[in-house]
Each structure stands twice: as C-alpha cells, then as structure tokens.
Design a protein around this ligand. Sequence first.
Ligand code: NAG
Ligand code: NAG
Ligand code: NAG
Ligand code: NAG
Ligand code: NAG
Length: 437
Amino acid sequence: MDKKTSLKWALCITIIFVFMTIVWTNPREYFSSNSYIRDNVIIGNAECSIHSKHKNISPITNSKHFMVSAFKDHRINGKTRIISILNRDHLQPLFCIFCYGKNNYSTPAQIDMHSDHFGFRYVTTDVLCQNKPECNATHVTLSVLPNMLASHADFLPIRNQKRQEEAFPYEFTICISNLFGTYNNVLQFAQTMEVYKLLGIQRVVIYNTSCGPDLEKVLRYYSEEGTLEIVQWPIDQFLTPSKGWNFKEHGGDIHYYGQLTTLNECIYRNMYTSRYVLLNDIDEIIMPYQHANLHLLMEDLQHRHPDVGVFLIENHIFPKTQFDNSGRFNRTEWKKVPGINILEHIYREPDRKNVFNPTKIIANPRQVVQTSVHSVLKNYGGTFKVPPDVCRIVHVRVPLQGRLTKEQLFVDKKLWEYEKILLPNVDNVLNKSGIFN
Ligand SMILES: *[C@@H]1O[C@H](CO)[C@@H](O)[C@H](O)[C@H]1NC(C)=O
Ligand SMILES: *[C@@H]1O[C@H](CO)[C@@H](O)[C@H](O)[C@H]1NC(C)=O
Ligand SMILES: *[C@@H]1O[C@H](CO)[C@@H](O)[C@H](O)[C@H]1NC(C)=O
Ligand SMILES: *[C@@H]1O[C@H](CO)[C@@H](O)[C@H](O)[C@H]1NC(C)=O
Ligand SMILES: *[C@@H]1O[C@H](CO)[C@@H](O)[C@H](O)[C@H]1NC(C)=O
C-alpha cells in the first residue's frame, strides 16, 4: 500500500467507527421505521414553561404568520394541531419545536390551510406536528428554522392531553366569536344569556377584541358567575381586521376579526369539556320549538340520527323595527338600559323563494376537524339539517325584508313562554352588574 491508499483506509475506518458509536449510543434515532424520528433534530435543554409568554395570538418569529393554540388530536394518533393564521402571500416551510422538561426537538410541520378565506390575505390554518410519543411534550412552538434560539421562542402549552369520551363537565357550550368595536347591546345580551340558561346551556365562551362600557360590566358579572369564559382576542394589535366577510367589499387582512380562527379554536378548546358545542352569534338564540330544552331536543335528534355529529339550524330574522302592539314588555325598568329588548320583537320574516336561510351549528366537537361559520368544512360522521319547526334560530336584528308590513310577517311569541323566570333573572343581572345604578 502506498501512503495515499493507507490514509484513505484510515479515514474510512474512522468514519465507520464514529458512525457505529453514534448508533450504539442512540439506536432508536437511526433505525426506527417511523420517519418522523429520523427527521428529528434533537436540540434539547430548556424548561418549556419558562419560555411561554403566550397571550392567545403569537407572531411566528421572522415570518408574517401567527400561531394561536396547540391541541393534542387523539383522532390522528396524538399529533399536535396548532390553530394558526397564515399569510397566503408568504407561504414557507415551518418547523414544530416540541419542548419536554429541559429538552426540545423539532419536526417539519404539515400545513393544512382552511378552504374558506373569502379573498383575505390571512387564512385560518391547521399546522400539524408529528410528535414523539415517548417524550410527552408539554409545549410546542413554530419556527421558520429547524433549530431556533430559546430567546426567540414563545411556547404554547399543548392542550387536550387527555382524551375523554364521556362524562363531560358541560352538556352545552356556546362559542360566540369576536366581540369588537363599541358593541354595547346590554339588554339583548342579558336577555339572551338568561334564555340560554333556561334552555340548559351551562357555559358561553366569548372572544373579546373590545366592547362598550356597559357591556363590559355585564361580561364581568357573567365571568364571575362562572357562566362566561372570556378569551382575550387582541387581533387588532397584529392585523387590520375586516368588519365584513368579503375582502373585495370590505378590505382588511382577515375575515370578521378572525371569526373563523376563533370558532375553530373554540371547538378544540371544548372538545373534552362539552358534549355539544353551539356555534352562533351574540344576538342569536338556537331555540327548540317542540322540546322543552336543548337536552330533550338533542336526545331526540341523536336517537333518530345516531351517526350524526353536526346539526344545522336555520336562521330566522325577527326585525328590530317591528314592535309588539300591546306594549306588554315595554317596561320602565329597562327604559335606560342600552340595547334591544328582544321580547318586544315578535314578528318573524317569512322564507323567500330561491333564498336559502343560512344555518348555524350544534356539533359534537369530537367529530369536527375544521369548521366554517354556516357549516363544517371537515368532519367525521354525518350532518343533519334540522327542520325549522323543530328548532330554529331566533335572531332579532335589522330586517332583511324591510319592506314587509306586520301583516306580511309571522307572529312568533316563543320567547314569551319564558317570561315568568326571565324577567326577574334579567333584572337581577342588570342590578348586580351595576347597570340599574
Ligand atoms: C433547544 O435546546 C438547545 C440545546 O440545548 C438549546 O440551545 C436551545 O436554546 C433550545 N431551544 C429552545 C427553543 O428552547
Ligand atoms: C409519558 O406519559 C405516560 C402516560 O402519562 C407515562 O406512562 C410515561 O411514563 C411518560 N413518559 C415519559 C418519558 O415521561
Ligand atoms: C375586552 O377587551 C378590551 C380591549 O382589550 C379590554 O379593555 C376589556 O377590558 C375586555 N373586556 C373584558 C370583559 O374582558
Ligand atoms: C313604550 O312606552 C313609552 C312610554 O313609557 C312610549 O313613549 C313608547 O312609544 C313605547 N314604545 C312602544 C314600542 O310601544
Ligand atoms: C337591586 O338589588 C338590591 C339588593 O341587592 C335590591 O335591594 C334592589 O331592590 C334591587 N333593585 C332592582 C331594581 O331590582
């Protein structure tokens, strides 16, 4: 052998030796059939929660994207789903960095944009991360690089660590997306909350960007009472949110203050806390017309449609411009309370030919993957459209068919059935939250 050949051999043997040492000390990393383990870069050592400064919307460092919440999804082998808001003009590969104890590791992210963005630049997106089951990661963050410095990280806690298929703390939770502007419709809100309770709803979740001064007091009251969970949603600090649903008409960065993001966040947030989740607006009441409450309605519907997890409920408009003639609920107590008195609006608009009534949703959250406002985008199991005579939404608002006279509208006094309990309950709330003073 000449000198050159022996040098080559020596190099070769050294490389083989180094490789075998690595494999010997860390065999699972190299011979696992799971590709995600091969793809991992182990960059461990940092206490996860120290790096968590999360406040519901977090910019992804060095990108135009945002992350919102992380959930373990037991339906897809415990992968982590990060509800995010991505800028469609700047799509790029992302990496999930998982943290467990003092260690971290990263995996490439799978990006699943929701199909509905209504032309806006920012779109609700699920970022899916394959985690190592043996590591029990408690926190995760997204990065444009596979290894990031700790100082840049904002780790999200991974929620829904434990799967639960029965015995939920609540039977019904309502998800109300984005409160914004100076919305101060106190009377309608208090009345609506009290009707919800009589229908058997135990919990309401509201995403708050901003609201009026009196509504603020009532929100605080319900929050202290435990009925209301307020999720702060400072989207206006990060983006120019649109006040409308369509980019061409309304402009802005994102549909309705990020409504699609909050609705999806709410589904996952309540996946194991509530048997059913209702997705409706703050001025809408999903009202059973043939059952005494929502429990009886859903028991009946679910019995008839055991495989269905998504129930669509038609919206019906009760114009706030048409008042009940009798003046029965024109009460002096409520004269100075800002907002609409829904008990005075008993006239319902008829269906229009060739116009569909939009729907809102009652869902088993464990069957929903992605939702939109009026229907779900991806789900397991079936969908059922509930006939309006069984259940419909009572929606007191500006008319859609403003030309119709009282005679052309239906009289619908469903809400009056709750009068006896409703009036004292609403008074009590207004009194205790300081609206009467
Ligand atoms: C991950 O671990 C590496 C190596 O210990 C460390 O330098 C880095 O700061 C950690 N990254 C994060 C985001 O905690
Ligand atoms: C991960 O969690 C499971 C179940 O809680 C537990 O049995 C296991 O020992 C944990 N593994 C580690 C590495 O902490
Ligand atoms: C709603 O958000 C605004 C703006 O951040 C804040 O001033 C207000 O206190 C919040 N209200 C509640 C009830 O959390
Ligand atoms: C309610 O009562 C007041 C008088 O207290 C009256 O001025 C007002 O027109 C009434 N409103 C309706 C819709 O009947
Ligand atoms: C408000 O509550 C107080 C006691 O908490 C009661 O004395 C008062 O009558 C109530 N006022 C109204 C208008 O209900």
